[in-house]
Write a protein that binds this ligand. Structure first.
Ligand code: GLN
Length: 257
């Protein structure tokens, strides 16, 4: 649905077809005022998902607040790719709303999933989403691998959509994106800082032959592959493209020594 449809189906509490079948329906004063309130906020650049407090991802609905990134359609490619590499123990770094970890919990058979975030507020949203979707996930507050509770040589799959926008580019983004948490977007001077940190820490936490699967920004694939290869701990085994034919997800496998 496009934004206008999302807004009207939400306020009128109806499905998309009803909008078009009841074209001549007059809005009540209250509903009209509600729509006008939303439009005012929207016109100031607030994303519709934050105004409505929810977002669709992978066929499910997730609560979102300005404390977490709004799930992107491209990130569904991360889930689609990760589900091809199931593991007994899975770790997600930087879970935000929890949408990736929760989607994996839904499609995999009895996975044990740990999901981290540096933000307490994001973790609170993710916990609520996990509860709503009736999946069990261990949430841990962590700055990437810096946390008690993460276990070395344990995870068969580590997955992440890290912040990957170069710090200097953030001011040039659409106002909607600038409403999102900076910590979920800012990937340091060249946008690749988190990949360097993940690449240098991940092997210690993966089991032998375990997989590290990362979302990437536009045009970053070659640099990220270089970063991963430089560690001498990984082999690149797959690059997945998104709906726009952009290299979006990299799958690296931990070498067996
Ligand atoms: N995909 C987001 C965007 O383009 C960025 C999210 C991220 O940094 N991981 O706005």
């Amino acid at each position: 649905m496009h934004e206008a449809e999302l807004l009207f189906t939400e306020v009128l509490n109806c499905g998309r077809p009803e909008l078009y079948l009841n074209k001549d329906l007059k809005l009540s004063k209250e509903k009209g005022a509600l729509i006008s309130d939303v439009l005012k906020k929207r016109a100031l650049g607030e994303p519709l998902q934050y105004i409505l407090g929810k977002s669709d991802f992978y066929g499910m609905q997730f609560k979102v607040t300005p404390d977490c990134l709004i799930p992107r359609p491209e990130t569904e490619i991360l889930v689609e790719t990760a589900r091809k590499y199931p593991a007994d123990n899975i770790l997600e770094l930087g879970t935000g709303s929890g949408c990736v970890a929760i989607s994996l919990a839904k499609v995999l058979i009895q996975p044990r999933i740990t999901a981290t975030d540096i933000s307490d507020k994001a973790l609170a949203v993710a916990k609520e989403n996990a509860l709503n979707h009736k999946v069990k996930i261990d949430f841990i507050k962590a700055d990437l691998f810096n946390a008690y509770g993460l276990l070395p040589d344990t995870y068969g799959l580590i997955v992440s959509n890290p912040p990957y926008i170069a710090s200097g580019d953030i001011a040039t983004l659409q106002p909607e994106v600038r409403n999102e948490p900076r910590a979920a977007l800012d990937g340091g001077a060249d946008g690749l800082e988190m990949y360097r940190r993940i690449a240098s820490g991940a092997a210690q936490f993966l089991v032998d032959a375990g997989h590290l699967i990362l979302e990437m920004g536009f045009g970053q694939a070659q640099d990220i592959i270089k970063i991963l290869k430089k560690t001498e701990s990984f082999e690149i085994i797959e690059i997945a493209k998104d709906y726009n034919n952009i290299e979006r997800v990299v799958v690296a496998q931990k070498k067996v020594k």
